[in-house]
Design a protein around this ligand. Structure first.
Ligand code: DON
Length: 325
């Protein structure tokens, strides 16, 4: 890092200028009080709507953060590309996509719907993520106990985050499991169509899904995860090769087309970058070969995306020409 600094070889050479613009956008978004904190999981409804943080990590390890970037929140659907990446890395694209498609569903994230093959549309909506959890349970180290599988997955997430610790929010987990009629319905619906690999234990699989959604992290750690994906799978902080480049390509492709719920098409059109949001109010934004950004603010719009987060992404693109096309 220091050698690069002396040689002026950073991917964003004028980082100070860059962060000044980010700061201005941050303050503009802060005044936006639209949206509602997710309430369908009771424990999520208790989070303050005022939280707002943005963290940036470039692929060469320059970092900037503003606002509530150290406040823990549960990953929710921001976990979906992470679990999908681990499954791809451990199993291969061929095996994973025998079970799950690559098409935006055009529907709500938890809609009771499968594609024309009677498979989940993609791994970034609930049905697909539950399916990926079943692959993690039955095909990735099937000899592991449930506890070992949780540790294994958490460790993968931590490696993406440059070895930052991930926590676990038990009350969100319990609350989520209590309020999970739709996810159970999805599970039974998929089982009816033989979507799952043999030996899937549906109850354990859904528990594993809720556990992953209830893992806890911060915007600061998630910007490192985002930068690992921006950097072809090599964590810029530890320089560990976490994923093969083809895994990252698959994950980013689907984040681009399916990462923002039923707003994915508009987001891809306007912002033109892979992203994934979650009902926690997080948006993970990848600027390939440049940086990873994580924006977190709990109030959501009608699609389920963070209001301040979406505004931030749009305004960022007004200032910087990061759109892929
Ligand atoms: O399954 C649920 O309802 C939550 N644990 C996750 C929801 C979420 O963030 C939506 N995602 N696509």
């Amino acid at each position: 890092l220091i050698a690069r600094a002396f040689r002026h070889q950073f991917v964003i050479p004028d980082f100070l200028g860059f962060t000044k613009d980010i700061e201005e956008i941050y303050w503009r978004c802060k005044t936006n009080t639209d949206g509602k904190v997710a309430s369908y999981i009771p424990q999520l409804a208790r989070v303050s709507p005022d939280y707002w943080g943005v963290s940036v990590t470039t692929i060469d390890g320059q970092r900037f953060a503003i606002g509530d970037v150290h406040v823990p929140f549960t990953l929710q659907s921001c976990s979906k590309p992470l679990t999908y990446a681990v499954a791809l890395e451990c199993l291969s694209q061929e095996i994973v996509h025998k079970y799950v498609g690559q098409e935006p569903s055009g529907r709500n994230f938890n809609e009771l719907v499968l594609d024309h093959n009677k498979q989940p549309h993609n791994p970034l909506i609930n049905a697909g993520a539950i399916l990926v959890c079943s692959l993690m349970q039955t095909l990735v180290h099937p000899e592991m106990t449930l506890a070992e599988k949780f540790d294994f997955t958490q460790n993968w997430f931590e490696r993406m985050a440059g070895m930052e610790n991930f926590g676990f929010n038990n009350s969100v987990f319990l609350s989520e499991r209590e309020a999970a009629d739709r996810n159970y319905a999805l599970g039974f619906y998929m089982r009816e169509y033989n979507v799952f690999p043999e030996k899937t234990n549906l109850r354990e699989c859904l528990d594993f899904y809720f556990q992953i959604c209830s893992m806890e992290t911060t915007a600061d750690s998630m910007s490192v995860v985002a930068s690992t994906l921006a950097n072809g799978g090599i964590c810029p902080i530890t320089e560990e090769k976490v994923f093969r480049p083809d895994v990252v390509r698959d994950v980013l492709s689907l984040m681009h087309s399916c990462g923002m719920y039923d707003y994915s098409g508009q987001f891809a059109f306007q912002v033109g970058l892979p992203a994934k949001s979650g009902v926690c109010g997080g948006i993970m934004l990848i600027i390939p070969n440049v940086a990873g950004i994580f924006a977190w603010s709990p109030p959501l719009d009608i699609c389920g995306n963070s209001v301040r987060g979406v505004q931030f992404c749009k305004e960022l693109l007004n200032v910087f020409n990061f759109h892929r096309y």
